[in-house]
Design a protein around this ligand. Sequence first.
Ligand SMILES: [Zn+2]
Length: 445
Amino acid sequence: MRDPAIETMDRDDLDALSEERVRYTVQYAEDHSPFYRRWLAANGVSARDIRTHDDLLALPIVSGATIRSYQPPIARDFGFLSAPCADIFTIHETSGTTGVPKAFFLTWEDWTRYAEKYARAFAAQGLGHGDRVVVCTSYGMNVGGNTMTVAAHRLKMTIVPTGKCTFPSRIITSYRPTAIVGSVFKLLHLADRLEAEGIDPRESRVQRLIVGGESFAEEARTYLSDRWDCPVYNTYGSTEGTMCGECTVQDGLHVPEDMVHLDLYDPALRTFVPDGAEGRIVLSHLLPVGGRSGMVLLNYDSEDVTSIVSRERCACGRSHLRIRPPGRENDRLAIGMARLDRTEIERAVFAPENMADLTGEYEAFLYGEGDAGAVLRIGLECRDPGACDRRAISGRIVETLAAHNPLLGSMQAGSELRVLFSFTGPGGLELQQIKGRPKRLVDRR
Ligand SMILES: [Zn+2]
């Protein structure tokens, strides 16, 4: 464990530490962040009014759009920059799927906190001195790959900074990595590619896969774990500063509660949901008293959803809060009264019986509602489209979808929804023609 005193702290002490840091961080924001200073003054709120984390309800919810609207070219200055420019160590940008990327300013002190969050997660996943880790997360303007590398230094690990999962197979055969950080689908592709070259991923030295970057169905994780014959650990990180990781117990992702405060809000973002209920992740940075930050965020709406597994001590000994693997709000569509999450399709695709024929790659499109009903078209990539048992696969997917989502099932039974399938060979899906992070459930209504 990286920091037993903090990571195993009793709940009361941990809550007290968190409250103290909420107070300090809000005061820091009022003193140093033009955005928060102006907002507090305009709304007649003072940092001194914020005494406990419940008082964060009195502060604005900040979205990605808020950050973009307080930075060039919309604004003259960076409203969220909260340290003198000369104190900034690195400037980052998020990938910018919608318009201008968000700018992020990190001091070296921020780096040490990001790195510590990753180091704790890596340690909780059993990594340490002697491990050789291939990092497929992109470097460049992202925070992730870079701060993971600093985290590795803390754990005395070796990093192979490939920055992407399309590295040549010699990285595996020559350097014999013990772990790979990547995304589920990219690590599946890598397994396929290695096997095509006569290298069995199960026979490699890889003992752990660390995945993140997108939500996934547990069935996809199980399949990936089987392909590599090793455990797959989930992480949830972002440039905005969340960094939660599963431990080897795999019963939720630990939130580093001394560095990040996480609230779960109702869909209207008005109030907190009770423990156990699903809510929108709204996060606040926590600075230690006397600490400084290049860009402090309070009440940042991640647009991700999760629920709390437990605030009780985990079997690994850590006391920090555990959350379910977060999902993305924009991975969900409403169809009539029913709601469909992308990972529900993924779960049905990754049924073990399908995986002899399918690669796991899929995409889904939802077309017109109205008198004719809605159509969900699921595209599947087959290893050999000629030999794949299309009827059996389609039947299983429809059954699994209906079994887990009864409303959707009854819409199908009542002809309000038709589910159609298309089967392609390797590389034949529409999303494989698009650069960047693919969207697998697309609303075309
Ligand atoms: Zn644990």
